[in-house]
Design a protein around this ligand. Structure first.
Ligand code: SAH
Length: 228
């Protein structure tokens, strides 16, 4: 009996220690990778402290969860580098009343970050297995303000349009016209544009009085935007 209690206490203390070390890693990710590179938005920083990135990566990579790079999540796809997720979150200036469309659910991490800040996230993933696993994980983590759909994000999600912002996390050869249409007037879209093997640029697209303004923000490397 005493042996059993000892084992139980050791297990609890081990899992508390691991929990604690993930929290430390998360704080150092926010300070060393995100704040230090100029991300200031308080809501964005708070979301990065809250969301447990290690729940979104494959078990075998759990010890690299908070490292400064993208990680493979299966099916040839990746969870983006934390700084890039933060940059794309801050640039759309998310507000608590916003409705945001994400294209490329992947692991569900970017969707969870957005869901910490805004009213509702609509997210579309083309790989069926990823759509299913992200939806399951996000439910398990208690997010009630995220809707996941499997399909080709090129066409957006008409029933829920217009969106205050659109975040595209796969590199497209051009900006899909349906996404421009589904963006609210005054809204912002952030999207990597370029071919898979050449330099891609993260573009900020703004709609003002029906007019579209685009601005190239920085060179990036994303997985390709595929079509069904
Ligand atoms: N936002 C993700 C990053 C995933 S990588 C995260 O936080 O983990 C980009 C994802 O876009 C991949 O999962 C890929 O399958 C998906 N994707 C590529 N083309 C797509 C399309 N046309 N429609 C929807 N998803 C697409």
């Amino acid at each position: 009996m005493i042996k059993l209690i000892t084992i139980l206490l050791l297990t609890i203390s081990f899992s508390l220690q691991t929990q604690d070390s993930f929290e430390k890693a998360r704080i150092s990710m926010v300070n060393g990778q995100i704040k230090s590179r100029g991300i200031k938005d308080e809501n964005t920083l708070k979301a990065f402290l809250n969301v447990e990135r290690h729940k979104f990566v494959p078990d075998r990579l759990i010890n690299s969860s908070y490292s400064d790079r993208p990680l493979p999540i299966g099916y040839g796809q990746t969870i983006s580098q934390p700084y890039i997720v933060a940059y794309m979150t801050e640039i759309i200036q998310p507000k608590p009343t916003d409705k945001v469309l994400e294209i490329g659910t992947g692991s569900g991490y970017q969707a969870a970050i957005l869901a910490e800040i805004i009213e509702h996230v609509y997210t579309i993933e083309i790989v069926p297995q990823l759509a299913v696993s992200a939806e399951y994980l996000l439910k398990e983590l208690g997010y009630k303000n995220i809707s996941v759909k499997q399909g080709d994000g090129y066409f957006g999600w008409e029933e829920h349009a217009p969106f205050d912002a659109i975040v595209v996390t796969a590199a497209a050869e051009h900006i899909p016209p349906p996404l421009i249409e589904q963006l609210k007037d005054g809204g912002k879209m952030i999207i990597p544009v370029g071919s898979p093997f050449l330099t891609q640029h993260l573009m900020l697209v703004e709609k003002e009085n029906g007019k579209i303004k685009t601005k190239s923000m920085m060179p990036v490397r994303f997985v390709p935007f595929t079509r069904e």
